[in-house]
Design a protein around this ligand. Structure first.
Ligand code: IPM
Ligand code: MG
Length: 405
């Protein structure tokens, strides 16, 4: 944030932003090819506990990952490590979204599993540093935020491709104040839009989805959203077998609630802030943000996390041990697929489906009326270990389909 006194100062501030962003966009144009995990001698997985409820729910996900990857760890193919210091206390003390030594450590891992981290806002007592999530997405160029939401009972099978490095987030900490006037900057670049839209189309193609929805407000926000929509026209031409439609964010938000319309949506691609908002709404149908995982993918690095925050209220109210680790477990399943082990990811997802949607032998309520994170972790572990996991899962899916007809 910059407080300026004159229009000349404001213009200089804006000029510096333009220079830095032009350099960033030039780099996006030349980004390296994606990591080939099968060619790596060792895949390093870094665990970042975060703060608030983060360490407790990250620990549960780590336990499951370690069990699933025991063979790979024994063979030296996978290595786990812990990344310390990405806590609000340390970040505040150092006055940095991500302290330098922590960032250097993060860069030694190709993939990380990250617990939520507190994001300060103006006036909440913490220094107003940038969100660690946002900083990490920018630093590691994790441009694709992939957020699946599935509720088979309701016929919902959505995957959101949220652009993760641009839009209002890119310069969210670099707005300016001139007297009573406050301005934030929104930026959307052509290569930045094309790469996320291409990722969405490629996903649709690989998963045999027959449509794609591009969400903007291009009728009003003409320059930036207009460019995003234009990028969709260009990239879409490379995927003639996947028809796509443009929708406006306001009506899209409404139509996710429309039972008749919403099951027609599959893959959605959107600029950063719309994606942030719409994916929270979507997760609510699945049981809330506590149930949703999120992948932040770049060409060199990837980070997997919950879609929600660190829930400081749960901690101050003494309820941290009742936090739902579901989001982090779903994120772990995505991590497994990302490093080339989709069968293990599927196993974890099936165990999660049984525990959180079908069999539900224990309930998470976020308080002492329900199970603790540890108890839920044990439940998923035991379900995942059972020899008849696959058939139990299939039976539950079939029973639900039969009930629906
Ligand atoms: C998310 C979160 C973050 C975001 C916050 C914590 C900065 O809401 O991952 O969706 O807005 O991106
Ligand atoms: Mg969000």
């Amino acid at each position: 944030m910059a407080e300026v006194q004159t229009i000349a100062e404001a213009t200089a501030h804006f000029g510096a932003i333009l220079e830095a962003q032009a350099a960033r966009v030039a780099k996006v144009r030349q980004s390296p090819p994606p990591t080939d995990f099968s060619a790596l001698e060792t895949i390093r997985i870094g665990i970042i506990g975060g703060d608030g409820i983060g360490p407790a729910i990250a620990a549960e996900a780590q336990r499951l990952l370690e069990e699933l990857l025991a063979e790979q760890v024994a063979a030296g193919k996978v290595e786990f490590g812990t990344i310390e210091g990405l806590t609000i206390e340390n970040r505040a003390a150092q006055g940095k979204a991500i302290p330098d030594d922590v960032l250097a450590d993060i860069r030694t891992y190709q993939v990380t599993l990250k617990g939520p981290t507190t994001t300060p806002e103006q006036g909440d007592g913490w220094p107003n540093i940038e969100s660690a999530n946002v900083a990490m997405r920018k630093e590691l160029d994790l441009f694709a935020n992939v957020r699946p939401v599935r509720v088979p009972r309701l016929g919902i099978d959505w995957t959101f491709f949220r652009e993760n490095t641009e839009d209002l987030y890119a310069l969210g900490s670099q707005g300016l104040t001139l007297g009573d006037l406050n301005i934030d900057f929104r930026l959307i670049s052509r290569p930045g839009s094309e790469r996320i839209i291409r990722a969405a189309f490629e996903f649709a193609q690989a998963n045999h989805k027959d449509s794609l929805t591009v969400v903007t407000k291009a009728n009003v926000v003409k320059t930036t959203d207009g460019a995003f929509l234009d990028a969709a026209r260009k990239v879409g031409a490379d995927f003639p077998e996947i028809p796509w439609e443009g929708w406006y964010i306001d009506i899209m938000t409404a139509k996710l609630v429309d039972e008749k319309r919403r099951t027609a949506f599959g893959v959605m691609v959107l600029p950063n802030l719309y994606g942030d908002i719409l994916s929270d709404e979507a997760a609510e149908f699945q049981g809330g943000v506590g149930t949703a995982g999120s992948a932040n993918i770049g060409t060199e690095f990837a980070m997997f996390e919950a879609i929600h925050g660190s829930a400081p209220r749960m901690v101050t109210e003494g309820r941290a041990q009742y936090a739902n680790p579901g989001s982090m477990i779903r994120a772990s399943a995505m991590l497994l697929s990302h490093i080339g082990l989709p069968a293990l990811g599927q196993k974890l997802d099936q165990a999660m489906d049984l525990c959180s949607q079908y069999e539900k032998k224990i309930e998470m309520t976020g308080r002492d009326t329900g199970a603790t994170s540890r108890e839920f972790g044990d439940y998923v572990l035991e379900t995942m270990r059972s020899a008849d996991l696959e058939s139990r899962w299939q039976a539950a899916v079939d029973a639900e389909a039969a009930a629906a007809t």
